[in-house]
Ligand binder design. Structure first.
Ligand SMILES: Nc1ncnc2c1ncn2[C@@H]1O[C@@H]2COP(=O)(O)O[C@H]2[C@H]1O
Length: 240
């Protein structure tokens, strides 16, 4: 079972779910920054292990970009010396292994040449964002974990170089009540959302709950057929 994490080039990670475990230590040590969508475990699980593994191999901190709300949750509940040491003070506060960078919805940063990252609106049970990754040539947009969200689509529809949309669909239609309670999407809700997209994009589905994957993809094929959504696979490479 692998949870959300995307490696962008060699130095940037989007979320730090258990998918990070597929990388070698050499690859892990090259990660300079992680952009978090939100604080849920399936998106941050590997962050504490990552910084402990690579900290002493690196000559600069690992930067964690996230909203103030998400960073505060990590401070209070993860890097609190009880669940995990506070690597913002290790080996010392002047030259730590870990650094928090506040990055709010609507902000854009260019963390490395050829990559602009913008935080996008998302609606989930905890403060959350999606991300636009713009190479200059094309943009890839990742919704993060979200439910029906009218604020998201005008932003996406303004992305002139949009090539790829990765959108979540956590549950099958039978679980619609759970999708609504946990602020996710099911195929019928996905169809409602995609109807708000007014520019062409290749569409990949992520965050399918294990045990419901085949049924959910079948329902997506029925409910959102005209968008030809494909399932995002573990280890899949996307160019943008
Ligand atoms: N009532 C609930 N509210 C929120 N999450 C729930 C609830 N019941 C079960 N869950 C599960 O808890 C998970 C927490 O992470 P996710 O938001 O990815 O998906 C959520 C659901 O799969």
């Amino acid at each position: 079972m692998r949870t959300t994490s995307f490696l962008v080039g060699r130095h940037t990670l989007i979320d730090a779910g258990t998918g990070v475990g597929d990388l070698s230590v050499a690859e892990l040590s090259q990660i300079d920054r992680v952009f978090l969508t939100h604080s849920h475990l399936d998106h941050i699980a590997m962050l504490p292990l990552l910084v402990d593994t690579v900290g002493a191999m690196r000559d600069k901190p690992l930067d964690v970009y996230a909203s103030r709300a998400t960073l505060d949750i990590l401070s209070a509940h993860v890097f609190n010396w009880r669940v995990w040491p506070d690597f913002r003070e290790i080996p010392n506060k002047a030259a730590p292994f870990l650094r928090f960078v506040q990055f709010e919805q609507g902000e854009t940063v260019m963390p490395e040449p050829g990559l602009c990252v913008t935080a996008l609106p998302a609606l989930h049970t905890v403060p959350a964002v999606g991300y636009q990754l713009d190479s200059g040539k094309h943009s890839l947009v990742f919704t993060g974990d979200t439910t029906i969200n009218d604020a998201f689509w005008p932003v996406i529809n303004a992305v002139e170089n949009l090539k790829t949309l990765i959108i979540e669909t956590a549950f099958c239609n039978r679980e619609r009540a759970l999708a609504e309670a946990s602020r996710h999407l099911c195929p019928a809700m996905l169809a409602t959302e995609l109807a708000k997209l007014n520019r062409p994009a290749e569409i990949f589905i992520t965050h399918l709950k294990p045990g419901e994957i085949e049924l959910t993809m079948q329902e997506i094929g029925e409910d959102a057929a005209s968008f030809r959504p494909k399932m995002l696979k573990n280890g899949q490479m996307l160019d943008f």
